[in-house]
Ligand binder design. Structure first.
Ligand code: SF4
Length: 238
């Protein structure tokens, strides 16, 4: 099979042969199955600002702790105006007391981000990935999370679950960075389904395609999965 290149994306990086067309068809089927198995009952169009704060707290934190602290934070400080006026040291202390790692940096980011959004954007979180990524503490993953979960836009946040599962499924090649994984997924998955990818892969990663010992025997994607067929190895999934 002749291996093709597409922009900076290349089939040569994969550990098995498959054309772009075959890969696209397989990707589409995978997303359909994931959407059936982990339905998104309603589009998670939430509150962009709260989503953004949640994302800052969540960095290198367990989901349950993040959620608890995030709820506490908004119970105590209510809104962006109050948070923007809160002294950085007070926010840092709040996070530290609640067991948040990197509390110093995150406390500063939360207050500064709130001030910038108020001063520069009139209190409205920008719905533009470049503007979001200019905010302190907001990398590409968080920016995409705000777009997908805050605004309900088509975006593919690549977190640890999406990164691992995409590589096991051979939708992204071994050992590429999350930004590249996003590019491969964006090329392979129809635009109108992007918003489901993070949600469905996170659920799938927690329940079946776990970081260690994935439950391939129970997996509805088994027939479509190169990892289950031994074509992708654990060393490739980084
Ligand atoms: S078959 Fe195994 S490796 Fe492939 S997606 Fe399912 S659980 Fe993950």
């Amino acid at each position: 099979m002749e291996k093709e290149k597409s922009g900076s994306l290349s089939l040569e990086k994969f550990t098995f042969d498959e054309s772009w067309e075959e890969k696209r068809k397989r990707a589409e089927r995978i997303v359909e199955i994931l959407m059936e198995t982990h339905p998104r009952e309603k589009l998670l169009i939430g509150d962009p600002y709260r989503t953004l704060v949640h994302c800052i707290i969540s960095q290198r934190m367990r989901d349950e702790v993040t959620y608890r602290v995030w709820e506490e934070l908004f119970k105590k400080y209510h809104d962006i105006e109050t948070i923007a006026k809160t002294p950085v040291e007070e926010m840092q202390e709040f996070l530290r007391k609640n067991g948040v790692g990197l509390w110093k940096t995150k406390g500063e980011w939360i207050v500064k981000v709130s001030q910038i959004i108020l001063e520069k954007y009139g209190g409205k979180v920008p719905d533009d990935i470049r503007k979001l990524m200019e905010l302190p503490g907001i990398g590409r993953k968080c920016a995409n999370i705000v777009l997908a979960y805050g605004f309900g836009r088509q975006a593919i946040p690549v977190d640890t679950h999406v990164n691992r599962i995409s590589k096991r499924l051979g939708l992204a090649p071994p050992r590429v960075q999350p930004e590249k994984v996003e590019e491969y997924l964006a090329k392979l998955i129809p635009y109108e389904k992007w918003i489901y990818v993070n949600h469905a892969m996170v659920d799938h990663g927690r329940s079946i395609c776990k970081p260690i010992k994935p439950k391939c025997n129970e997996c509805p994607l088994r027939e479509l999965c190169p990892y289950a067929k031994g074509l992708v190895g654990d060393g490739d999934v980084r």
